[in-house]
Ligand binder design. Sequence first.
Ligand code: NAD
Length: 273
Amino acid sequence: MSTDLKKISAGFIGAGHMAQALANGMLKAGLLKPNQIWASAPTTTNLETFKDMGCHITHANEDVVSACTVIFLCVKPHLVSQVLKKLEEKNAIQSHHLIVSVAAGISIQFMEKLLPEKTRVIRSMPNTPSLVQVGVCGYARGTYATEEDATVVSNLIGSVAMCEIVPENLIDTVTGLSGSGPAYVYTIIQAMADGAVKMGLPRSLAVKFAAQTVLGGAKMVLETGRHPTVLRDEVCSPGGTTIYGVCALEEAGLRTGLLRAVEAATLRAKELG
Ligand code: NAD
């Protein structure tokens, strides 16, 4: 496969949250032009968003496959088998196609069994902040996917997400961490804002300040390269306000709660497979 993105047409089978986040992010990043993107879904609701972005839309998944070289499989996990079987019945998938699944829990082996022999497959796990180009994505190469295929996926998704190759047996863990993680972070932001509202700050300011605090903390970790524990110790002056806050978090079990959330979501991803 050519790694020249100008020659690539990207198809999205399933046009919901994840497909929109990836497509919109790739357009915003200037990586693809709207006419290089196709999307399919059974109803028009989600497709309208793709239409508004200037992309091609259709209700027929096989139209997306015949128009595109890179096919993002963005349906719910339980629909993957049905969608692939129908495409197979129509001989839609050919040797020039690269299939990129984003479905939680669905293994490469499962997809390869449903696809024509030697189909190139990449299993990925992006997340919805790809919409604002601050996503995270772990991906693994299937049996026949080449290094060029990995480069294409890493260039496409890498324009909207921190994109790293991981062994396939860790993709479920990536799902539990960063695939599901935005929901944990929204919960933290909401709860921090509630605390501030309780203590008198107007809601709109509380939400903005809480979100910016999460963003700032994340940037400190990523840009300084320092360990979160070191950064936390630095802001906990003896007898100061922050160590009192941290103590309240420890009493409430925040760390155990987050650890368990990643564990539970990872195990759930394993069940979906
Ligand atoms: P969604 O419900 O928002 O979108 C699913 C889309 O699939 C809809 O547009 C729906 O109309 C379409 N669809 C349903 N049946 C179809 C069919 N037979 N053919 C073609 N399209 C069909 O779901 P989502 O949140 O975008 O999740 C899609 C995939 O992305 C899932 O497999 C999920 O595991 C994965 N994922 C989601 C997130 C997330 O945060 N939402 C993160 C990482 C991975």
